[in-house]
Write a protein that binds this ligand. Structure first.
Ligand code: F6P
Length: 560
């Protein structure tokens, strides 16, 4: 197997980069009036415009050649067919099975997983509907008013992001809360105003061993028991989602309230599984179905569309172009829809936990860069915060812009004002402002030559900053499902090209292991000397200071 950066296509891309790095998108647009048509694609009502990238047809041909050389199409089939492509854990990667609607079996280790997938979805919907229709009753025979999801990472970010994104589709008299942080403030602030008789907890943890989740879950249970006076009706208030059913049972959750997930669903790809429970409670089964349908349609597009018209493949290749040839270290996601405010946080885990790897599938340390640092923010907020760096900083930060054509409400000129920013920012990032333009502007403002000379360099915008824009009719469940799936597949394709396993996450283990050891050390006030001097110093400072600061524990406080 030829190493990625030794291949002829890679080398050709390197040579082509020399030329393209001297090319300005302004010129590319001037030379080709059909550039938008050439470099935009559609999936249902989602338009993907990638014409504002530093590419020409030659670039894309070379990148498609790279995808072919890396057998992307074969790998897509391997994934959908349930091959154990997560090679370090010997697991299939089948989040696509969770939204599969073709009625055909999906085999894992010789067994069709579709019956259990359907069964678990039915169970989730049943519980969600019981809560939504107020037929699920708490220990005082009252309906549930508040649902608290306790989980972290993939057991938190996906459902939280979707619940926020589909807020207009949610029941208004049912509150869904998300607790992730082991910092007591998170659970304390959440429980503070809740009534245990009308609160329902979901303990969401694939492993059911994650420290943060377990500590929060224990506190929630204690809070409930303290308030209710006993644990007699705990079944009416606690459920769990996990692949570790035994641990959930051992925690005291009734088997009927335990929802299963499987090894072949990665945590950060699990929002389609029973991990969806809080969001199904919020948005209802019909909307959840539409979300799955949207994702399924993106899956069909990904699986069946030739490379050149395939949106996730194009997204992935553009990312590789900037990451590996322009040496861009970051990428930014800018949703211009307030309800997508958790989308960048969700994508951070999806992308960085998947492709933040430096060892290839053969166990060799790679000598090219892999996953970028992904960050993001609501576009409008970002404009007034970090866009300065995007426009005039020294770093190239390729951006994804996402915006809905219309909003649910037509309040005055809000939406047009919003959209004017979408178009203006992408255009400004692409075009920039030349020296002549800046000079003419300053001249027009009446400045004298000396002042112009002083100010001029600051007024020039280099432009040539790439953006890809997604426009969709509105942020409805199906569109959201498609968007999420497109990004999942982009991550997958990049992992294949970089020859890394996007589906393990060994890197997060070290910190976890050390934390559990240190937690024991924090149980007494003896000074430690078993770490490096910085860690010893910090631990010992903490121990000395805490003995001076009285600490009221959550359980003490909530028991009052
Ligand atoms: O620490 C990282 C991680 O393992 C993520 O991959 C995962 O989504 C998160 O922790 C939570 O894990 P669990 O669902 O097993 O509690």
């Amino acid at each position: 197997m030829t190493k990625l950066n030794q291949s002829a296509t890679w080398k050709a891309l390197g040579e082509h980069f020399e030329e393209m790095s001297q090319t300005h998108m302004r010129d590319l647009f001037e030379q080709d009036s059909k550039r938008f048509n050439k470099f935009s694609l559609k999936l249902n009502d989602i338009l993907f415009d990638f014409s504002k990238n530093i590419i020409d047809s030659n670039t894309m041909e070379l990148l498609y050649g790279l995808a072919d050389e890396c057998d992307v199409s074969e790998w897509i089939e391997k994934m959908f067919d349930g091959e154990a492509i997560n090679n370090t854990e010997n697991r299939a990667v089948l989040h696509t099975a969770l939204r599969n609607r073709d009625g055909l079996p999906v085999m894992v280790d010789g067994k069709d997983v579709m019956p259990v997938v359907r069964e678990e979805h039915i169970r989730v919907r049943k519980l969600a509907e019981a809560i939504r229709t107020r037929s699920w009753r708490g220990y005082l025979n009252q309906p549930i008013t508040d649902v608290v999801n306790i989980g972290i990472g993939g057991s938190h970010l996906g459902p939280l992001m979707v619940t926020e994104a589909l807020r207009p589709y949610s029941l208004h008299d049912l509150n869904v809360h998300f607790v992730a942080n082991v910092d007591e403030n998170h659970i304390n602030d959440t429980l503070e105003n809740l009534n245990p008789a009308t609160t329902f907890f979901i303990i969401a943890s694939k492993s059911f061993t994650t420290q943060d989740t377990m500590v929060n879950a224990e506190t929630a249970r204690q809070w409930y028991i303290n308030k209710a006076g006993n644990d007699e009706h705990i079944d009416k208030h606690f459920s769990a989602v996990s692949s570790n059913v035994e641990a959930a049972k051992a925690f005291g959750i009734n088997e009927n309230n335990i929802f299963q997930m499987w090894d072949w669903v990665g945590g950060r790809y699990s929002l389609w599984s029973a991990i969806s429970l809080p969001m199904v409670i919020a948005i209802g089964e019909e909307n959840f179905d539409k979300l799955l349908q949207g994702a399924y349609e993106a899956d069909l597009h990904f699986r069946n569309t030739p490379l050149k018209e395939n949106i996730p493949i194009n997204m992935a290749l553009l990312g590789i172009w900037y990451n590996n040839f322009f040496d861009a270290q970051t990428t930014v996601v800018l949703p211009y829809d307030q309800h997508l405010h958790k989308f960048p946080a969700y994508l951070q885990q999806a992308d960085m936990e998947s492709n933040g790897k430096s060892v290839d599938r053969q166990g060799e340390v790679v000598d090219y860069t892999t996953g970028p640092v992904l960050f993001g923010e609501i576009g409008i907020a970002a404009q007034h915060a970090f866009f300065q760096l995007l426009h005039q900083g020294t770093k190239l930060v390729p951006a994804d812009i996402l915006a809905p054509v219309s909003n649910l409400h037509c309040i005055a000129r809000h939406h047009r004002a919003l959209m004017s920013n979408v178009f203006a920012q992408a255009e400004a990032l692409m075009k920039g402002k030349t020296e002549q333009e800046a000079y003419a502007e300053l001249k027009k403002s009446g400045l004298d030559e000396q002042s112009i000379k002083k100010l001029l360099p600051n007024k020039i915008f280099p432009g040539n900053r790439p953006t890809s824009t997604f426009l969709f009719n509105r942020l409805d469940p199906a569109t959201l499902g498609s968007l999420i799936a497109l990004y999942e597949h982009k991550i997958f394709v990049q992992g294949i090209i970089w020859n890394i396993n996007s589906y393990d996450q060994w890197g997060v283990e070290l910190g976890k292991q050390l934390a559990s050891g240190i937690l024991h050390e924090l149980d007494d006030n003896k000074l430690t000397g078993s770490h490096d001097s910085s860690t010893n110093g910090l631990i010992n400072y903490y121990k000395m200071q805490r003995s001076k600061n009285e600490c009221v524990s959550v359980s003490q406080k909530t028991s009052n």
